[in-house]
Design a binder for this molecule. Structure first.
Ligand SMILES: Cc1cc2nc3c(=O)[nH]c(=O)nc-3n(C[C@H](O)[C@H](O)[C@H](O)COP(=O)(O)OP(=O)(O)OC[C@H]3O[C@@H](n4cnc5c(N)ncnc54)[C@H](O)[C@@H]3O)c2cc1C
Length: 391
């Protein structure tokens, strides 16, 4: 019997990360196959709001700093990534460069925003303090009860559904092979390296290089030794899609507040999100979750109550133990991780694709960015030699 042909590069997962990697790898001349268990773009990325907000998202502490560095680098890449993608696909990806407002509605929240302002200032990030009247001049739909606002002028947004459609089209046009309804059950190893994959129906494929980009489901794929796995957990988010029959104009900027955000699209649609819940893959929305989102948003932007509800959905952010992504080689030769993007997978897609394709093409292997995302940081430590008691 003829031997099965060996695939040069297989990407497992056709979300924003897998498709971005595939598109960029193909542009570097690689033969790429994407295996997607559903249809491409049907996973978490389909649900995401699309904020590109490294400044609004920054967290205190060392892990927060590392994530900030990744976010700023990727935000810088977004305009050229978007225009190249639009050129290759003919699809407008809905990049809106209108900035973000962070809002406080009472004295406690205003104190917290002042603390956040000082923190971002200490990092040299672009952010401006606005009095309530200044904020309402910029966004007249804000309620008079807004106590304080910060403006992050460079935190923009994109429409992830358009990005996914564009990536799919660009991948297909450039010759990426996309196999949908192909669930990867197991990665096959031999001699410490990847040799192939087994699909759910039992079909086996030979492959020398695999990029694992299966989002929150990445941990379910079998066949990897303990030390080569990345622990990824699903973090549930409930999110609403709203529409203004009158067309655009209620908000121009993204507005963020304690517990949520409203992201405008150019056509009078709005995304109102999102809950953050540690409930495993519990897929149904809840009355409490939706009630809180609507209550908080309409308190700060009363016009939200007039909008029509088009969709209520639930997604699962792929979270790692430190909530930073796992991007880079595993201890198994031929296997590269590109997962764990948690709240920032849309923002980090251009940078992730660049890093992964750089690695596959044999480029930079020791950058600070790669060190910050090293999948090996989750490997169980080998017990060291016994330590002799001192004194
Ligand atoms: C409510 C919500 C709002 C968000 N808002 C934002 C935001 O504003 N900005 C931002 O940057 N990020 C946001 N995120 C986070 C972002 O959505 C994720 O980080 C990102 O979508 C992860 O992309 P991915 O390609 O890794 O995962 P996915 O999009 O889930 O793609 C993984 C794909 O792998 C497939 N798959 C899984 N298992 C297998 C298998 N065994 N074989 C084959 N295929 C498989 C799945 O079907 C899926 O299509 C949000 C997330 C949620 C839930």
């Amino acid at each position: 019997m003829a031997e099965r042909p060996q695939l040069e590069l297989v990407v497992v997962g056709g979300g924003i990360i897998g498709l971005a990697v595939a598109w960029r790898a193909r542009a570097r001349g690689m033969e790429v196959t994407v295996l997607e268990r559903d249809t491409a773009g049907a996973g978490t990325s389909h649900v995401a709001a699309g904020m590109l907000g490294p400044v609004a998202e920054v967290q205190f502490g060392e892990a927060g700093r590392r994530l900030l560095e990744l976010g700023l680098r990727s935000a810088e890449l977004w305009p050229s990534f978007a225009s190249e993608l639009e050129g290759d696909s003919g699809v407008d990806v809905g990049l809106m460069r209108t900035g973000t407002l962070l809002l406080a509605r009472d004295a406690d929240e205003a104190r917290e925003l002042e603390r956040q302002l000082a923190f971002r200032g200490s990092l040299g990030l672009p952010i401006e303090r606005l009095r309530p009247s200044e904020a309402r001049e910029r966004e007249p739909a804000l309620a008079p009860t807004v106590r304080l606002a910060l403006e992050a002028p460079d935190d923009h947004s994109v429409d992830p559904r358009l990005v996914l459609a564009a990536l799919r089209a660009a991948c297909l046009a450039s010759g990426v092979k996309l196999r949908e309804h192909a669930l990867v059950a197991r990665i096959e190893l031999g001699g410490g390296r990847v040799t192939g994959l087994e699909l759910a129906g039992g079909e086996r494929l030979r492959a020398a290089n695999v990029v694992l980009a299966a989002g929150p489901w990445s941990e379910r794929i079998e066949g990897l030794p303990e030390g080569a796995r990345v622990p990824v957990r699903p973090v549930k988010g409930q999110i609403l899609r709203l529409r203004d029959r009158e067309g655009p104009g209620l908000l121009r900027r993204v507005v963020r507040f304690e517990g949520g955000y409203v992201v405008p699209r150019a056509d009078g649609r709005y995304v109102l999100g999102a809950t953050v819940e540690e409930r495993g893959f519990q897929a149904l929305p809840t009355v409490g979750g939706v009630y809180e989102l609507l209550r908080d948003a309409s308190e700060l932007v009363p016009g939200v109550s007039e909008l029509e509800i088009e969709e209520l959905s639930v997604g699962f952010r792929p979270g790692t133990p430190d909530n930073a992504p796992a991007i880079g080689p595993s201890s198994v030769q031929g296997l590269t991780w590109a997962t764990g993007h948690y709240r920032n997978g849309i923002l980090l897609a251009p940078l992730t694709a660049e890093m992964v394709v750089g690695l596959l093409a044999g480029g930079e292997r020791a950058s600070e960015l790669l060190a910050a995302c090293a999948p090996g940081r989750f490997a169980p430590r080998e017990p060291g030699p016994p330590v002799e008691a001192l004194g």
